[in-house]
Design a protein around this ligand. Sequence first.
Ligand code: HEC
Ligand code: HEC
Length: 290
Amino acid sequence: MRPHGIGFLRPAAFLAPVVLIFVSARAQSQDAAAFFKQNCTSCHTIGGGRLVGPDLKGVAQRQPDRKWLVDFISDPNSKLDAGDPYAAKLLGEARGARMNKVAGINQTIADSLLVLIDAESRLAKSQFAGTQISDRPFTGQDIANGRNIFLGQTRLAAGGAACVSCHSIVGLRSLGGGRLGPDLTKAFERLGGRKGLATWLSAPPTLTMNPVFRNTPLDANAEILPLVAFFQDAAQRGGVADTSTSMFNFLLLGLGGTVVLLILFDLFWLKRFRAVRKPMLLGLDVGGHK
Ligand code: HEC
Ligand code: HEC
């Protein structure tokens, strides 16, 4: 039997360190998440597939040696250059792309990042899963849809500005693509292919693109997927065919389109007007009405 004298103290004495540990663990995991988001998500997802680097979901099962992982994250080059067989395998799977030492990293941060990766790996959907665009092969329809989105012929669901107002693509010059943003003919390769470009477009990190799309994000499967299909096609062909159909569609969009529509409407309306008026005016000359 334990003495009753200090019994009332025990819960408080016991809880205080638990609360402290809990609070500091929470703060630490938030720090780790912020650090991961800023320094790792451009190359890694957790459960969203490979980008430049491997999907980190379940990395602790692939490489059970914790010290190895901590060492690798805090200084990738030392492992990559040392002829370490596991590092060589990773390098091969990344087709030669190398992970560099991230600024500000140390063994303690690396360890807290691994705790975070473990926790996120257990979730059905990690906050670092990246954009989930479908893996199905692109179709000709996707490319056509992407082109329409790029040209602003299909409006962006969230109301973002049409890409063509700031960007051009080789072959679309006669459509007068904007000059504020870079030519996007090679964007597909430059931003890491299907996954990389999709992730990039889901939250563009750059100076102009970020504010333009922060509050009007693109829809993953309805917009990003077809845009990526369109950019892949453009990259493969070194540009896009500037067909007369697209010229016509573009004209319909712009001032030309407005005029054409007005004329069509006018003709239609006049015809109806005459059809109604003729019997009413009984022989009066309506031909002069313009
Ligand atoms: C520039 C892209 C890039 C960045 C940024 C990057 N990595 Fe990597 N990472 C890679 C590549 C590529 C590999 C595969 C090894 C290689 O080829 O260098 C890799 C491998 C890894 C591995 C081993 C994966 C496995 O399957 O065993 C871990 C763990 C890892 N990275 C964690 C991180 C963490 C944590 C960060 C952020 C602090 C980070 N990486 C930042 C590209 C990157
Ligand atoms: C208001 C002008 C504007 C609009 C609208 C716009 N962009 Fe951009 N975009 C830019 C600028 C400027 C850059 C250069 C980086 C920066 O400053 O953000 C850029 C960069 C990019 C890049 C990176 C290119 C590279 O090689 O690094 C991609 C990809 C891109 N935009 C795609 C799009 C898509 C897709 C749309 C339409 C959904 C779009 N942009 C709409 C101005 C715009």
